[in-house]
Design a protein around this ligand. Structure first.
Ligand code: CP
Ligand code: NVA
Length: 316
């Protein structure tokens, strides 16, 4: 597929890029992050590779990190963004995804969409003539995981053979971690209550790539000897806030006792926003093993690499 500047690709899930290209994104993110360390955050990178390009940020759900990091990523690459949400755009009045895709494609150079049903972003990509990027759906959150992989690597860990432990709800973020596990050959221990396990298709796909994925209801067993511990909100956007679910999740809170089961140099990750005192205790969230704010900052650096890849401008 081509846009005015050349080749373009959609990024709906990590598998759209594959292991080599995601690795190239991470390397590019490390290089660009280092190269601009002394610059004010709004100053473009020296090469400004997306100068003249505009990305539409379309949000059907709330966001802080994804909105701000895509905006800053485009500024740092020399481009700009415009923001649409369902309240103020015609999407909220029933204009179809297909028509929105076709109109935006005539007006902007790329589209980032955060929505609920993953089928909607697939529909957007089918009808768009510019790159479409998944800024989170109910099924997956691939941009988050590029940032997470970057964070883990920056903190000195190499991905193959890593033992990653997930606690709580088997949600969209976990699905993208499982996809990354298959690409980068790390193992995942998934500790969830019964009834809140991830989509079996993501588990099967990771296992088919030869990595170990264990499903357990025993949080301590999942944490034992782990290199990275990850959790997320118990109630994702769009989900019913049920007391029954919170009660089921309580044994999966990442607290100091659980961290003590892991390796001494284990990292704690959380995509944020966090509900401190629910899925993570305050001492772990604020503790020395927590890298959650590096992870949040890395959304900018990761997104820049995703954008360059989508526009065919990443040196892969
Ligand atoms: N982690 C993440 O995607 O945060 P936002 O919901 O604030 O974008
Ligand atoms: N699982 C969370 C992630 C938020 C960034 C949600 O979907 O709400």
């Amino acid at each position: 597929m081509t846009d005015a500047g050349g080749q373009y690709r959609h990024f709906l899930d990590l598998g759209d890029a594959g292991a080599d290209d995601v690795a190239a994104m991470i390397n590019d993110a490390i290089d660009r992050k280092a190269a601009r360390a002394a610059l004010p955050k709004g100053t473009p990178d020296a090469d400004a590779p997306l100068a003249g390009r505009v990305l539409a940020l379309v949000f059907e759900k709330n966001s802080t990190r994804t909105r701000v990091s895509f905006d800053m990523a485009m500024r740092q690459l020399g481009g700009s963004v415009l923001f649409l949400d369902t309240t103020s755009s015609q999407l909220g009045r029933g204009e179809t995804i297909a028509d929105t895709a076709r109109v935006l494609s005539r007006m902007v150079d790329g589209i980032m969409l955060r929505t609920d049903d993953h089928a909607k972003i697939e529909e957007m990509a089918r009808h768009a003539a510019v790159p479409v990027i998944n800024g989170l759906t109910d099924r997956s959150h691939p941009c988050q995981i590029v940032a997470d992989l970057l964070t883990v690597i920056e903190h000195g860990k190499s991905l193959p053979g890593l033992e990653v432990a997930w606690f709580g709800d088997g949600n969209n973020v976990l699905h993208s971690i499982l996809e990354a596990a298959g690409l980068f050959k790390f193992n995942v221990r998934v500790a969830t209550p019964a009834g809140y396990q991830p989509d079996p298709a993501f588990v099967a796909a990771a296992r088919a790539e030869g990595v170990a994925v264990s499903l357990t209801q025993d949080a301590a067993a999942a944490a034992r000897g782990a290199d990275v511990l990850v959790t997320d909100t118990w109630i994702s956007m769009g989900q019913a806030d049920a007391e029954e679910k919170r009660a089921a999740m309580a044994p999966y809170r990442v607290d100091a006792a659980l961290m003590a089961q892991a390796k001494a140099d284990a990292l704690f990750l959380h995509c944020l926003p966090a509900h401190v005192g629910e899925e993570v205790s305050e001492d772990v969230f604020e503790g020395t093993q927590s890298v959650v704010f590096d992870e949040a900052e890395n959304r900018i650096h990761a997104q820049k690499a995703v954008l360059l890849w989508c526009f065919g401008l990443l040196g892969t």
